[in-house]
Design a protein around this ligand. Structure first.
Ligand code: CIR
Length: 254
């Protein structure tokens, strides 16, 4: 069974962290409606959704992906790169504790879960504005005993590694090669985003289908041409906070 842990939209979302986008007003009610549709899509693909309550003083709390990395053997509780987001950690750690042994990233290390792409026993971890070398080293130390390889990957021009590349099939990645070096991922198959849709590399693979933003129809067509089943969701209000599809859930195999 797949459990999807999500968290509600904070009423203060307009005060979210922003790195690459201009600040625009965010309507928390619209964002919450889109988020509920996203949860519905997770359910349609076979997940049980457990939604944690939103917190008024944590504007980015809906983006649960960033505060943990969940593997079959354990979960790594991160130390997010943005200080304003560190208060998001305890409730997510508490929610994961019944399902996994927990390991924690400690100062001076920082890791955002959005920087962690797992493909089989390899974890690619973005060296981004949010995740640093000390954090990646700690990930390596926590995971090496379980046979995982942890590889640091420079990213530039985007927030997280998974803004630039995500898994869309067993051996297939969707990539924006302007933001990450494609040779890093050999011998996996790569699908390039449509050049007119630079933000389009983030999809969420669940039980053989990809949850995908409806904002990127050209890249969606490329996915479908490669035989990938795509379920679109409208996350336009959450996208104003630099969020996409992977960041709104933590998937736990239970
Ligand atoms: C932030 O900058 O931290 C949030 N406004 C957006 C986080 C999105 N997270 C993700 O893509 N994993």
């Amino acid at each position: 069974m797949l459990l999807a842990i999500t968290r509600g939209v904070s009423p203060s979302m307009s005060r979210c962290e922003l790195t690459h986008l201009e600040r625009r007003p965010i309507d928390p009610a619209i964002a919450a409606g889109q988020h509920a549709q996203y949860e519905e899509c997770l359910r349609a693909l076979g997940c049980t959704v457990q939604r944690l309550p939103a917190v008024p003083d944590l504007p980015d709390c809906v983006f649960v992906e960033d505060v943990a990395v969940v593997l079959d053997e354990l979960a790594v509780i991160t130390r997010p790169g943005a200080e304003s987001r560190r208060g998001e950690v305890p409730a997510v750690a508490q929610a994961l504790a019944p399902y996994r042994k927990l390991a924690c990233i400690e100062a001076p290390g920082t890791v955002d879960g959005g920087d962690v792409l797992r493909v089989g026993r390899t974890l690619y971890v973005g060296l981004s504005g949010r995740s640093n070398a000390a954090g990646i080293e700690q990930m390596r130390a926590h995971l090496a005993p379980y046979g995982y390889t942890v590889t640091g990957v420079p990213v530039s021009g985007c927030l997280h590694l998974k803004s630039a590349v995500t898994q869309v099939g067993r051996d297939t990645l969707l990539i924006n090669r302007h933001w990450v070096e494609p040779r890093t991922f050999a011998p996996l198959d790569l699908i390039d985003i449509d050049p007119s849709e630079p933000q389009a590399a983030n999809g969420l693979l669940i039980n053989g289908a990809v949850i995908y933003p409806q904002a990127f129809p050209r890249t969606k067509e490329r996915l479908e041409q490669r035989g990938i089943a795509v379920r679109t969701v409208d996350l336009s209000e959450l996208a104003k906070a630099e969020g996409a599809v992977t960041c709104c859930s933590l998937i736990v195999r239970v």
